[in-house]
Ligand binder design. Sequence first.
Ligand code: GLU
Length: 383
Amino acid sequence: MRNKIIKNARRIVIKIGTGVLTASKTTEKFGINKFRLDAFVNQIIGLIDQGREVIIITSGAVGIGCNTLGFNEKPDAIPERQAAAAVGQIQLMHMYQEAFHNLERKGHRYPVAQLLLTQDLVDNRIQYLNARNTIFKLLEKKIIPIINENDTVSVEEIRFGDNDNLSAIVAHLVEADLALNLSTVGGLLDNDGRVIPEVEVITDEIKSFVKKGYSKFGTGGMSSKLSAAEKIVAAGGAMIIANGEKDKIIRNIFFSEEENEGTMFFPRKRKLSTKRRWIAYTKSSRGEITVDRGAAAALIKKGTSLLPIGVSAVHGKFKAGDMVKVVNEKSSEIARGLVNYSAFEIKKIKGKKSSEITKILGEENTRYEEVIHRDNLVLTKRG
Ligand code: GLU
């Protein structure tokens, strides 16, 4: 299964973490480990030359900027961090551009392009589709998209949080077959500190390996990688977490059938459409709707729409068109979807028949029979 997934992966997202890119200040230009970056680029070109499409998610802007500005550690003050990102991002891209340029072969050019994204941008369906079209156009023209968060402008409310999450969002955006996450850890470690080679299903036991903190990278690091894996596999993609510090790591993964590098998370069988991926795994959630047992069963077993009669509680301030989580009476999430009515309106019509909506909200506010139409609803319960 593992080899088959790797062999058939046509579109690949590769995330390169700060830890594997940065080097000690004294030895390398801008604090970037140029030797390693060149090696990655060389191996990535090997994949492109095989006819695969590669999208790079790169971290490192803040780290490199800090280095240049003489900060010993990441500053807590947001303006300083953002200034560091502004300084570091251009250096980072310069290094990628140079690396791809230097590896140009006769008749083959590998131009690169930069995309800087923020959560609020991908929350917006039109901008999201626009970013998708841009990336597809770049790929069609054999230009390598290199993506980072727009750290210079992103504040808490519009942040992806980390590039593991960004890589999952981009994997959905481009419908990647495989996402490769290169960091300073060799993969997900079990209780004895051994790398787990394959994860078929992300069970509670698998999650417990992270909570117990067996990763030398720190729990935060591995837990964000695991949530990225959950998002990716849920929609039918695969993910590999592997050690980016290891020599020829990309080559080993793609060109050597014997070596099982890192941890592979197997995709779930269902392939979600791009719209459903966007609803469930990209757009930020603005609230929560609790449904009764009957409605929960109808959503899960029959794939119905959510009607006002099945709603028992509403949390959060959201408006029509926002994404909300749908939870059962035990507060476990079962689905996510785009609401047809605001929180204020749903509070008024909850528990009521659809035929009563007009009487309660008035003719002008009656838009749909459903609180969430099934076309805009994605079941997210595992299994
Ligand atoms: N976007 C950040 C940077 O380029 C990195 C975030 C992360 O490593 O997760 O510095």
